[in-house]
Write a protein that binds this ligand. Structure first.
Ligand SMILES: C[C@](O)(C(=O)O)[C@H](CC(=O)O)C(=O)O
Ligand SMILES: [Mg+2]
Length: 278
């Protein structure tokens, strides 16, 4: 997943979003915990979705998008032993890696106030459990620290160093407030770094070209497509209910043919025909 270049990782949250991102040309995908929780359950991203639900969505995504997929794994769904199980299940789902965060459970979105962090020692234990539980050594364990908004920049950097020492493959510094902070992390650790380009949070919009200069190997856009989709849903249902017809919004739709093209319908028909010997 890491290359000389910076990998742009669009956020996905189910099978069809993975299909769309892959067909748009994404070289790697990010499976968003907020996306899974908001899309599949329709509830806030506060640790209400389980490991089973995350692993299920991960399996859907990896089935239809043959590119590396990094998934959110929140706090690892428990303590060290649970983290070990999380790695086994997420690897089995076909992922290329996961990120684990140092928040106290129930976690919150990294860009909200009122978060708390576990002791760095406890997080290091989780990272060791994760690293030890990999089957494939290239499965990536990304350690996310939420400490910037809780304890300040210096403490967050100190944690990142400890997590590197515990064996993390990459660091995800969450909730940074500007380029200078991203730069400070780059100077502090030697493993790859992941930047979170979520919207309407603590971090200003920074283009991938700038993250490349700053030395970041991965940039995730966790909720970009989801937010656009949600507005389309809201507008569509409102229009339908207020007018009693979809006639005015047909031109905003993917047609039946376009949908079937997206999901490779013809290939399924071909396979079925082949197997029936006709
Ligand atoms: C990256 C993230 O963990 C996610 O679940 O996608 C979220 C994104 C968001 O809520 O905007 C986070 O940054 O905490
Ligand atoms: Mg998340």
């Amino acid at each position: 997943m890491i290359s000389e270049d910076t990998v742009v990782m669009p956020g996905v949250f189910n099978g069809i979003s993975a299909v769309s991102a892959h067909k748009a040309g994404a070289r790697a995908l990010y499976l968003s915990g907020a996306g899974i929780t908001n899309a599949a359950l329709g509830v806030p991203d506060i640790a209400l979705a389980t490991l089973t639900e995350f692993a299920q969505q991960a399996a859907y995504v990896t089935q239809v998008a043959p590119v590396p997929v990094l998934s959110d794994a929140d706090t690892g769904f428990g303590e060290a032993l649970n983290v070990a199980r999380t790695v086994i299940e997420m690897e089995r789902a076909g992922l290329a890696g996961i990120h684990l965060e140092d928040q106290i459970s129930p976690k919150r979105c990294g860009h909200l106030d009122g978060k708390s962090c576990i002791e760095p020692l406890e997080m290091a234990r989780k990272i060791r459990a994760a690293v030890d539980s990999k089957r494939d050594p290239s499965f990536m364990i990304v350690a996310r620290t939420d400490a910037r908004g809780v304890e300040g920049l210096d403490s967050a950097i100190e944690r990142a160093r400890r997590y590197e020492g515990a064996g993390a493959d990459a660091i995800f510094p969450e909730g940074l407030t500007g380029e200078a902070e991203f730069e400070a992390f780059r100077g502090a650790v030697s493993i790859p770094l992941l930047a979170n380009m979520t919207e309407f949070g603590k971090t200003p919009i920074i283009p991938v070209s700038r993250f490349r200069e700053l030395g970041y190997g991965m940039v995730i856009f966790p909720m970009t497509a989801f937010r656009v989709m949600l507005r389309a849903l809201d507008e569509t249902y409102a229009e339908l209910l207020s007018t009693g017809t979809q006639a005015g919004i047909l031109d905003r739709m993917r047609t039946r043919a376009e949908l079937y093209d997206r999901i490779d319908y013809a290939q399924y028909d071909d396979a079925d025909r082949r197997w029936s010997g006709n």
